[in-house]
Design a binder for this molecule. Structure first.
Ligand SMILES: CC(C)(COP(=O)(O)OP(=O)(O)OC[C@H]1O[C@@H](n2cnc3c(N)ncnc32)[C@H](O)[C@@H]1OP(=O)(O)O)[C@@H](O)C(=O)NCCC(=O)NCCS
Length: 192
């Protein structure tokens, strides 16, 4: 049976990352299961899943998931080239374009999530008609709020969801290129 093409035709490059569609490969599945079962990653996004539930959640055809960017280290980054560090995702579940992101804890604190979000916003500016993007994060998720503030997101509203205070922030898409320039690299630059 012929497979339909993945939703993202070309990988997207940032200084330290390759952003690509998911692959039906063990490396992608293992990283996804690790993300979904890690208590630190899931602290503000619903708590860790069991391994069984996580495996079930990632069992579909990865390359077809619209909006899903797998984040992989580029050559010359501080780490092993090709390592999956996390995911960034676009969705329209709230009726507006929304960005989400999660990285494996061993890659936190290097500015990689900010770099990924800025790169996805630049991709949105080039490929979609949306003029703004939202992000929703728990009010207690300081790292996520700082990341969004650094990229120019501003708070629009607060509400309670999943028994927790949530902040909805928004940013115009047009300033996406500036977002990337505002991302400090805290690791050696790539040689690629
Ligand atoms: C949120 C997350 C993606 C940040 O990843 P990261 O690569 O470390 O992010 P960055 O380095 O680009 O930026 C994080 C910012 O938060 C700050 N930060 C990190 N941990 C923090 C903490 N515990 N308390 C306060 N600030 C913190 C960093 O200093 C940085 O701010 P700065 O640029 O002003 O110095 C990562 O922590 C994660 O995957 N968390 C779990 C999933 C999640 O909560 N996703 C958000 C919901 S959509």
């Amino acid at each position: 049976m012929t497979q339909p093409p993945p939703w993202l035709q070309e990988p997207v490059l940032s200084p330290r990352l390759v952003l690509r569609p998911g692959r039906d490969a063990e490396a992608d599945r293992a990283a996804a299961v690790e993300l979904l079962t890690d208590p630190k990653v899931r602290e503000f996004i619903g708590g860790p899943l069991s391994v069984e539930d996580a495996r079930e959640a990632v069992s579909g055809p990865a390359g077809q998931r619209w909006g899903s960017f797998v984040l992989e280290l580029r050559r010359g980054s501080d780490g092993v080239e090709g390592s999956v560090v996390g995911v960034c995702s676009l969705s329209r579940e709230r009726g507006e374009l929304e960005i989400g992101y999660m990285l494996l804890p061993r890659y936190w604190g290097r500015g990689l999530a900010g770099e990924a979000v800025a790169t996805v916003l630049a991709w949105v500016a080039e490929h979609l008609d949306d003029v703004q993007v939202i992000a929703v994060t728990q009010a207690a998720n300081t790292a996520s709020l700082r990341l969004l503030a650094r990229l120019g997101f501003v708070e629009r509203e607060r509400f309670v969801e999943f028994d927790a205070d949530q902040v909805l922030l928004m940013s115009p898409v047009v300033s996406a290129a500036l977002h990337l320039a505002a991302c400090p690299s805290r690791a050696p630059g790539p040689s690629q």
